[in-house]
Design a protein around this ligand. Structure first.
Ligand code: ASP
Length: 347
């Protein structure tokens, strides 16, 4: 049910949705007011839409923890004033931002929807209009008692509402640019918007939202590949005070069984670096017990990332170390789903 008395804060960070082509055909960000001119439909909504934009709209390739903090700050400062928040964001790093925000906005009881587009909103065939208009509708959709349907950080793209920290960008050209391989859709927009209320992440009863700012970016991603040399592997960890490595492995969490490889990973762990095993596959989960190639990693102390995405793994590690947790507590938290980012087996 659309709440016509509701209000949404539309936050514009940049990205293709609000870009124009310069004389050389290069896409450049433009002012948010210009974007509004291209979407006159916005004026037909009865609910209030206020807008705020980054002083310098950015291509999302320039997203970083500082800008995530800025988003958290905007949401915290406006949390009580609005029923929901829609963030316009470039698609390239949207899954990273959605993952980070899902941890930084703890116990939110309101929708925070990220969306963007593959074609600038000024183009006739743009996907941006539908994405924007439906994201706004979702941000004010409520049950008859006035409770919001969505109470978590999501990405809405091409008719699909996905848990933010489960998403991955899958296509650089198609309008269906995101997928949530390891977790079902939270809603699908057709003639009606059909929600999976049973899957929605809910804030703890009686809890108040908590806004986290501290992130520790001393995290690296190491993607293994056949032919990777010891030099290349070592170079990835030659960073002082590195806290964690997201090790992107094959299949169910497998890596070369050669001694030099295991020795280097063992040395990382002895240096106090947390090594989190995440599969290179788009879907499925790490299971280091399945093959010897995974078992050896487990034996030296590599942790399972289960079915987490690389995007969410990076964000979760930055967040956990940002909280100032001990290495031991970070290890415990990596086994738990904090905001639905991994599927924890119930035995
Ligand atoms: N490079 C753009 C960005 O991520 C692509 C997009 O918006 O789709 O900001």
């Amino acid at each position: 049910m659309l709440d016509h008395n509701a209000s949404v804060l539309l936050i514009y960070t940049g990205g293709t949705i609000g870009m124009f082509e310069d004389a050389n055909g290069v896409l450049m960000p433009f002012d948010f007011n210009a974007l509004k001119e291209y979407v006159p439909e916005l004026q037909r909504f009865k609910f209030t839409i206020d807008t705020v934009q980054f002083e310098q709209p950015v291509d999302s390739s320039d997203m970083n923890p500082d800008k995530w903090q800025k988003l958290v700050w905007i949401i915290e400062a406006n949390y009580s004033k609005y029923d929901g928040f829609v963030i316009l964001h470039g698609t390239d790093t949207m899954a990273y931002s959605a993952s980070a925000l899902s941890f930084m906005l703890e116990n939110i009881g309101k929708p925070v929807i990220l969306t963007g587009s593959q074609l600038p909103i000024g183009k006739i065939r743009t996907d941006g209009k539908e994405n924007l208009l439906t994201a706004l509708e979702i941000a004010v959709d409520k049950d008859p008692e006035g409770n919001p349907f969505v109470t978590e950080v999501c990405i809405f793209f091409q008719n699909l509402l996905m848990r933010g920290n489960r998403t991955t960008k899958i296509n650089a050209a198609n309008f269906k640019a995101f997928n949530s391989f390891n977790f079902p859709l939270l809603a699908e927009a057709g003639t009606q918007i059909r929600y999976r209320h049973d899957l929605m992440h809910r804030p703890l009863r009686g809890s108040i939202p908590k806004f986290h700012y501290a992130l520790d970016p001393k995290v690296a991603i190491v993607k293994i590949f056949p032919g990777m040399s010891a030099e290349v592997l070592k170079a990835n960890s030659a960073i002082p005070h590195l806290r964690a490595i997201v090790l992107e492995t094959y299949g169910a969490g497998n890596a070369p069984g050669e001694q030099w490889f295991l020795d280097i990973v063992d040395e990382w762990i002895k240096r106090g670096i947390i090594v989190l095993n995440v599969t290179q596959c788009a879907s499925g989960s790490v299971d280091m017990e399945r093959y010897q190639a995974g078992k050896s990693l487990h034996e030296i102390g590599v942790l399972s990332g289960y079915d987490i995405t690389t995007e969410a793994a990076v964000a979760k590690l930055m967040f956990l170390f940002g909280l100032g947790l001990t290495r031991q507590d970070v290890k415990i938290a990596l086994k738990m789903a904090i905001v639905g980012e991994i599927t924890v087996a119930v035995n």
